[in-house]
Design a protein around this ligand. Structure first.
Ligand SMILES: [Mg+2]
Length: 125
């Protein structure tokens, strides 16, 4: 099995417990915004320019404004924000390249542990 880290990627990244503290948006003061977990901003800075980021969350659409406000305040860039997903398991399906190159990965992080680029590099080789 081969992989190619240099190929452009599409990242599907969860928000609660990965980017921001889990469910922190439910207890924000008036006019407040969420602050990213450790390593998140550094991780996003290292995503190559040609890659695409799709953010995923089970948050209801009524929280889109505060979510986008918090993301904007943090300087987190993304292409799409998918909301009202199920709170359960996420599954990604893709076809391998003809040379058997792996084209789908999943990483299960400990809730609110932050984004450690080294942990992700250990999975995507
Ligand atoms: Mg989550």
């Amino acid at each position: 099995m081969s992989t190619d880290l240099d190929l452009p990627k599409t990242w599907f990244i969860d928000i609660d417990g990965v980017i921001f503290p889990h469910n922190g948006y439910l207890n924000l003061p008036e006019g407040g915004f969420e602050k990213p977990l450790p390593g998140v901003l550094n991780f996003f800075k290292k995503i190559p320019k040609g890659d695409i980021v799709i953010l995923c969350t089970a948050r209801k659409e009524i929280y889109r404004e505060i979510t986008e406000y918090s993301l904007n305040k943090a300087g987190i860039n993304y292409k799409v924000l998918l909301m009202e997903l199920n709170t359960g398991v996420r599954v990604l399906i893709n076809d391998k390249k003809n040379n058997e190159m792996i084209t789908a990965y999943s990483i299960n992080l400990k809730r609110n542990s932050g984004l450690d680029e080294n942990e992700i590099k250990n999975v995507i080789k």
